[in-house]
Design a protein around this ligand. Structure first.
Ligand SMILES: O=P(O)(O)OC[C@H]1O[C@H](O[C@H]2O[C@H](CO)[C@@H](O)[C@H](O)[C@H]2O)[C@H](O)[C@@H](O)[C@@H]1O
Length: 280
């Protein structure tokens, strides 16, 4: 007989209670994931990102056992479906995707994307951005990603991302504020996006919608911190939860708070496979 694979143990009592509740009652659990850096390895070109080759098989193995699976991403729903190819997997027939931090929603069961009208300030920021970057003499490799509901300025491919961040962050923040937008810093990116929506509010809403009694969230970046806050407040109100960090050298803020720190998407996938092996 093959010995069962060993599950990594959360380092905090709250995380241990969250994992124990998930193992005891998977059908009441919501498992939510960020996309880039968690299910998808970070690469230089955002348009060419893809799910880790093991991610869809692992989610497909979990799907019949857990209450709900959700992806909560800063990308648009359409792009995450195109890059991740989640809709092609029949076992993910109940998958939920919240895009643009929750402004957009999609469920595999309906196949429809619900998306609000554009926030007015985004068009003005989009128009002002090329002139601003030109005036700042933004370094070669600076790239604007037009996300529709928001605009993001990437500097991963500049000669010194740290210098580019230093140069760009303050002027981009001023531009965002002048158009009523929020600033979302991330992994070598600054995004200008509509205010009043974040992954915390979205995760809280998903928990209610699916009637979850246990929640897990896996993130890697600063935009995931509100989801961490949401899990913390759900735990304060008595719901078991598990905070997972897909760790990198680029962002430390989540690994400091997570119950379980896994070394990037490959380890996240390995964890999901091990979890699934507990149930069949
Ligand atoms: O909420 P997420 O699903 O994690 O999306 C966050 C942002 O991810 C993308 O940018 C990041 O991934 C790129 C591809 O690996 C990488 O090149 C970039 O440096 C990262 O910041 C995406 O382009 C953004 O629009 C998302 O908001």
């Amino acid at each position: 007989m093959t010995a069962p694979l060993e599950l990594p143990q959360p380092r905090t009592p709250a995380g241990q209670a969250g994992l124990a509740a998930l193992l005891a009652n998977p059908s009441r659990a919501l498992l939510a994931f960020d996309f880039d850096g968690v299910l998808s390895p970070i690469i230089d070109d955002p348009a060419r990102a893809a799910a880790h080759p093991g991610a869809i098989p692992a989610l497909a193995r979990l799907a019949p056992h857990v209450g709900a699976l959700a992806i909560v991403t800063g990308r648009s729903v359409a792009q995450v479906l195109q890059l991740g190819r989640f809709a092609d997997e029949p076992a993910l027939a109940r998958l939920l995707v919240a895009g643009h931090y929750g402004l957009e929603r999609w469920s595999a069961s309906s196949g429809e994307i619900a998306s609000p009208p554009p926030f007015p300030g985004v068009a003005a920021a989009r128009q002002a951005l090329p002139g601003l970057l030109n005036d700042l003499v933004a370094p070669a490799g600076t790239a604007v990603e037009d996300k529709g509901h928001s605009v993001a300025v990437h500097f991963r491919n500049t000669p010194s991302p740290a210098d580019a961040q230093e140069l760009l962050t303050e002027p981009l923040t001023t531009l965002a504020r002048s158009h009523g937008l929020a600033v979302q810093p991330g992994r070598m990116v600054v995004e200008l996006r509509p205010p009043d929506m974040d992954k915390g509010a979205t995760l809280g809403a998903l928990v209610l919608e699916v009637g979850a009694e246990v929640v897990t969230f896996a993130g890697d970046d600063l935009g995931d911190l509100p989801a961490y806050d949401a899990v913390d407040s759900l735990r304060e109100s008595g719901m078991p939860g598990l905070l997972i960090c897909s760790a990198s050298d680029e962002v430390r803020a989540l690994s400091d708070r997570a119950d379980l720190v896994l070394d990037g998407p490959a380890r996240v996938v390995a964890f999901l496979e091990t979890l699934a092996s507990r149930w069949g």
